[in-house]
Design a protein around this ligand. Structure first.
Ligand code: 5AD
Length: 448
């Protein structure tokens, strides 16, 4: 009723998200922004009036996957149906993407989402467009994110990145670093509590360099961590150089801040770290971990590792393996180096052959698994507080998580979702655990 002829009364939006947690959070902003324009979300692309793919540019295979997916989504393109590419790959390729993929209507980078309603409107009339201007002030402060169900939420506190790691495309795709005002973050978290959220993950490219001009990351942890109703605070990803004494103190003294840090190391070889422009060497990384462990007992540490960076010799690679053993990472994301246009490492000599990268990746994965498994086996029998997050992917079990970010599958009714329980860890696959709810000292009988 009331819709102009030929236009559906309600526009349906379908979004697919690739890449990091910040992309997930950006998708929630996009959905919130378009919900404000009357769009309804759908999980069925065949029913959508607007299809968006929120993309990652950090490795070439992430982009190739999107190109493949765009071909598949072509089947949903009919006159009046809009297909848009948003996010980091959109920012990186801009007009090139419109030129190369003829059925794509819109290409919009991470700072351009406010233009979506207008550009969608134009695209429905046949105007293909790109929006890739950086906006150093943009935090989408007035846009209410549309989040999924569950007790956990992502909260972006910082956008962009001022580091210049030579492998990394992110400064090119997300622009300069800027932080939201602490008061705005706290107001958002208070609002989340009102909507049943008790765990937040603060997001930023180098999140512990957060600074709004008046407050640093330590202030932010304290402020968010003491919002009434917040029981768990996590953050990702910090940079080793930004762990000030103040941040360590906040982690140690704010009880809601969880005992887990995802601290990307990238390589265990000082020679490679220097070529990566990481601004720390192996010894400094080890010291950072030692300081963290001294401040926070039972801290779980996970990391990111790149193998096959230009100039990486077998000896450099072995140094990374030895660091994995020495630190005893609880887990790691491992990647083959991927050349990114416009980054410093593209010009570096001694690119590593693909076969060597593949072989090193397999070896590092095996080492990470072995170390993670042996650490996890030591936890069997211990009691942990878990937050029940939702249904496990397979079977009838519930998925829950410890403060140290270990996934524990438990059996119980769906009513437990969103609540905190004490469980005894009964087994592990090496990566995830099984657990049984327990009260101090005795097992609970599970009814139903
Ligand atoms: N090649 C491979 N991995 C990369 N990462 C970032 N850039 C590249 C690249 N060019 C990895 C890093 C980073 C994670 C998000 O992605 O390990 O921490």
């Amino acid at each position: 009723m009331g819709a102009p002829a030929g236009l559906p009364a309600v526009m349906r939006l379908y979004v697919e998200t690739y890449g990091c947690q910040m992309n997930v959070a950006d998708t929630e902003l996009i959905c919130g922004l378009l919900a404000g324009e009357g769009f309804e979300s759908t999980t069925d692309p065949s029913r959508a009036d607007v299809l968006l793919v929120n993309t990652c540019a950090v490795r070439d295979n992430a982009e190739q996957r999107v190109i493949g997916r765009l071909s598949e989504l072509r089947r949903y393109k009919r006159p009046g149906i809009v297909l848009g590419v948003v996010g980091c790959m959109a920012q990186r390729l801009g007009q090139q993407l419109l030129d190369r993929v003829s059925h794509v209507d819109l290409v919009i980078g991470p700072d351009g989402y406010r233009a979506l309603p207008e550009l969608i409107e134009g695209a429905r009339r046949g105007n293909r467009a790109t929006e890739t201007r950086f906006k150093a002030w943009e935090h989408y402060e007035d846009v209410p994110a549309l989040r999924g169900d569950g007790p956990r939420a992502f909260v972006t506190v910082q956008r962009g990145c001022d580091y210049r790691c030579t492998f990394c495309v992110v400064p090119i795709t997300r622009g300069r670093e800027r932080s939201r005002r602490l008061a705005d973050v706290v107001a958002e978290v208070e609002n989340l509590v009102d909507h049943g959220i008790s765990e937040v993950t603060l997001l930023g490219q180098t999140v512990n360099s957060y600074n709004d001009g008046q407050h640093d990351f330590a202030d932010l942890l304290s402020a968010v961590g003491t919002v009434e109703g917040i029981r768990r605070v996590r953050y990702t990803s910090p940079h080793p150089n930004d762990f000030s004494e103040r941040v360590l103190l906040a982690m140690a003294t704010v009880p809601t801040v969880c005992e887990h840090v995802h601290l990307p190391v990238q390589s265990g070889s000082s020679h490679i770290l220097k070529r990566m422009g990481r601004r720390y060497d192996r010894r400094q990384y080890e010291e950072c971990v030692a300081n963290l462990r001294r401040s926070i007992p039972n801290l779980a540490i996970t990391t990111d590792i790149i193998v096959g960076f230009p100039g990486e010799t077998e000896e450099d690679f072995l140094a990374t393996e030895s660091l994995v053993r020495q630190i005893g990472f609880d887990d790691a994301f491992t990647f083959k180096y991927s050349q990114r246009e416009g980054t410093g490492a593209v010009r570096l000599p001694a690119q590593v052959p693909e076969a060597t990268k593949g072989e090193r990746l397999e070896r590092i994965i095996a080492t990470v698994r072995e170390i993670a498994c042996s650490r996890n086996l030591q936890l069997i029998g211990s009691r942990e507080e878990v937050l029940v997050e939702g249904l496990a992917r397979r079977g009838e079990l519930l998925q829950s998580r410890t403060r140290a970010n270990k996934v524990v599958l438990i059996s119980g009714p769906a009513e437990w979702i969103g609540s905190y329980l004490t469980v005894r860890l009964t087994g592990t696959t090496g990566a995830t655990f099984t657990g049984v709810p327990s009260a101090a000292g005795k097992e609970l009988t599970i009814v139903g």
